[in-house]
Design a protein. Sequence first.
Length: 239
Amino acid sequence: MARTLVLLHGFTHTGASWDPVRSELGERYRALAPDIRGHGSAGDRTPVTLEAVIADLNALAPARFALAGYSMGGRLALHLALAEPARVERLALIGASPGIDDAAEREERRRADERAADELERSGIEEFADRWAQAPVLAGQAAEVREAARADRLRSTPAGLARALRGLGTGALPSLWDRLPELAAPTVLVVGERDHKFGQIAEEMRTRLPDASVEVVPGAGHAVHLEDPVRVAAILAAQ
């Protein structure tokens, strides 16, 4: 029987963003890619909180499973792995961080996220999708990747994404930097060669995690699973 792999998408995406990776994995895994609260088919589910998302994932996954997450999904995956150490057998984090360690900086980010959520609620989804695609961390993506990401963002609503930003954003969640030594699951940290910020974060995380390695994907940026799903599937399958 194939092992279960739970895949968590990033902010503004949906579970469908993992389709190219799932296709590459084939039948080697039972790959589950749910829409996280605030996104896609789960856009109207409330409350949008860390506790509610973890409860959703606990209900979805079997007793033991592998876990992977991208960006926001990676941060949520890290929270889940620390909350359920007996269930998460291995972990892959793509372009992810444990959050903001400095309390004042985290509060500043929370206020910025609140302002962004207010603005999002005043926008149409197409306007927001176009503006989000201009984020510096997403620069350099191929046209087909940008188009697929935009189509995925249009599956959500401004109201749902605003709730996700307020409840699951980097400013809203506690830092996990001090808890990294507790993580029992073998972990691979995947970053794109062009994603220098998260490359540095991955190297720092590696020094604090008990069992971790870093995989740098040549030519890729932040959204590695969108830019090179073949390589990401190979990394997941090799764990």
